[in-house]
Design a protein around this ligand. Sequence first.
Ligand SMILES: Nc1ncnc2c1ncn2[C@@H]1O[C@H](COP(=O)(O)OP(=O)(O)OP(=O)(O)O)[C@@H](O)[C@H]1O
Length: 226
Amino acid sequence: MSSTVLTLSGVSHSYGRTQALRDATLSVAPGEVVAVTGPSGCGKSTLLLLAAGVLRAQTGRVVVAGSELSGADDTARAVVRRRSVGLVLQFGQLVPDLPVLDNVALPLLLEGHPADDARAAAAGWLDRVGLAIGPDTLPAQLSGGQAQLAAAARALVHGPALLLADEPTASLDTRSGRALLDLMLSSTVSAGGAVLLVTHDNIVAARADREVRLRGGVIEHEVALS
Ligand SMILES: Nc1ncnc2c1ncn2[C@@H]1O[C@H](COP(=O)(O)OP(=O)(O)OP(=O)(O)O)[C@@H](O)[C@H]1O
């Protein structure tokens, strides 16, 4: 097994003239949970989107589960994301025209799993996250919190090596948020995966092994929490 699931080396990213991330270097090992914290606008989501290969690093290297993302084109980055990454963004971001069940099954369907198996696995994860819906329920019929549960189920269904989550419990009440976090961390870590969690919430951050604090696009410090 590789000694890191995610490596960022000297990564910078700008949106036009706004430099969102500057010279970020970070490694995440299998089984590790890392919280990325810092004030609004400090570059947390940008770091997560670079790790997911949604954004391509303009400078530096990003390696996920042994695959170099920095030099890869959009298609190659999407393949790595599909195989090795589970991504939970703040507002669920489900495909609107697909039933929620198929949204959750999608990572398996895209990897060529038989549809019945993929849907059965998706139904199992919907059950585990506590979302009781019918097979034809569409994303528009879900509340914000329910959409976040569905997005978490979709991120976990293929057992990702790297789970990336941006404020994954922000739309949930405290109890549901804690239960979802428990599930995301325990299922990923017990399978040897790693978690990178963007959060403003100190209670969520305290669940990590390590906190990486950003300020003004720069990693200000890293603290071991356990
Ligand atoms: N798509 C974009 N286009 C232009 N500027 C952007 C874009 N996304 C982010 N930025 C800018 O980049 C900087 C970092 O943004 P980012 O979203 O990474 O911060 P953040 O720490 O996640 O913020 P928050 O905690 O408020 O979600 C900010 O100055 C932001 O305005």
